[in-house]
Design a protein around this ligand. Structure first.
Ligand SMILES: *Cc1c(COP(=O)(O)O)cnc(C)c1O
Length: 234
């Protein structure tokens, strides 16, 4: 493949627009998060030059290193989307604007306590283990309410919505059904809290289905940067 990152970004943006038209939604309502885990600063620079401003990272040390190196781009917005260990919350709270993978009370309290008062509240999404997989992070649907209530009470966190990664083993129909369940859980949360505006779901392979079921943020890695030979993540 001779395509450049800029060309692939254009293609992904076109797919988002097409998916929105099919779903009778406005393309302005879907944000593209470029998942840059394992990618070099030089590759991220190419995406930035092509107009991409939001990036997602899965590994704390790797992420904060890149954030520091790219600090001269003052308009970049960094999202933490990987599993969170409690000894990493301080670095996450200091360097990221968003966390998509919040799934327990202890981590919520630590992020709140460690987020500096000089920074705006950290935007957080509750990760939902929508297919109830033993090995996957995330709260079960029945436990969203309790965690949401805690987050809502913490001043340095701002609850913005939900995130999910459907089972890799799911077929197209099963995945659509998981996305539909997420859409309904998301509506339930919106009915309870004012500021809920983000449903993060959909990756390179299932962006159309996710947008059809109301995703407001899609997290795309491979389709922008190419395949990840060195991927450490599942
Ligand atoms: C790696 C990753 C993505 C991107 O996946 P692609 O298939 O490369 O688009 C999205 N979300 C999370 C949580 C990831 O870890």
């Amino acid at each position: 493949m001779m395509n450049t990152i800029a060309q692939r970004l254009t293609e992904v943006r076109n797919q988002i627009t097409e998916a929105c038209h099919k779903a009778q939604r406005s393309p302005a309502d879907v944000r593209l998060l470029a998942v840059s885990k394992t990618r070099s600063v030089a590759e991220i620079e190419q995406a930035v030059a092509a107009g991409q401003t939001e990036f997602g990272e899965n590994y704390v040390q790797e992420g904060i290193g890149k954030i520091a190196e790219l600090e001269h781009h003052s308009d970049l917005i960094w999202h933490f989307i990987g599993p969170i260990q409690s000894n990493k919350t301080r670095d996450i709270a200091a360097s990221f604007s968003w966390v998509h993978s919040l799934d327990r009370a202890k981590i919520a309290r630590r992020l709140n306590d460690q987020r500096a008062d000089s920074l705006p509240p950290l935007n957080v999404l509750i990760q939902v283990n929508i297919d109830q997989e033993d090995t996957k992070a995330g709260v079960l649907p029945a436990d969203i309410g309790q965690l949401a209530e805690l987050i809502h009470s913490l001043p340095q966190l701002r609850l913005r919505g939900l995130m999910a990664i459907p089972s890799a083993a799911a077929d197209t129909a099963e995945r659509a059904s998981s996305f539909a369940s997420m859409q309904s859980l998301y509506s339930g949360l919106q009915a309870q809290y004012d500021q809920i505006d983000t449903l993060s779901m959909g990756m390179s392979d299932d962006l159309f289905a996710a947008i059809k079921h109301g995703a407001t943020t899609v997290r795309i890695g491979t389709a922008i940067f190419g395949s990840r030979p060195s991927d450490k993540n599942n």
